[in-house]
Design a binder for this molecule. Structure first.
Ligand SMILES: [Zn+2]
Length: 98
């Protein structure tokens, strides 16, 4: 392996420990929920989920979206980290809700 490739690999290892370097704009995922798999994603600043709670409560969020927001917090913009489209949920209010 040549030295420039070694340098890139070392840099990648360093970057991989710094998720705040990455800002996600969109994603699509399969979330293994308690009973079913759900498709959860972020498109143009709007979260979506195929679960029943997401479509029936009109909050623009659900447990799966909130879980992803926590997992990916360092790689999301301030808006995408806390939306629901209509509801800002702070980490404090989520703890109260639990
Ligand atoms: Zn959901």
């Amino acid at each position: 392996m040549n030295s420039s490739m070694i340098g890139k690999i070392e840099k990648a290892h360093r970057y991989a420990k710094e998720p705040e370097r990455v800002l996600l704009h969109s994603l699509e995922s399969t979330f293994h929920g308690g009973h079913d798999d759900h498709t959860v994603g972020l498109t143009n600043g709007h979260w979506h989920c195929t679960c029943h709670a997401f479509s029936s409560h009109a909050l623009g969020t659900c447990a799966h979206v909130m879980a992803l927001q926590q997992m990916l917090a360092q790689m999301l913009s301030e808006d995408d980290r806390f939306s629901g489209d209509d509801l800002a949920i702070s980490s404090e209010s989520m703890q109260v809700a639990n």
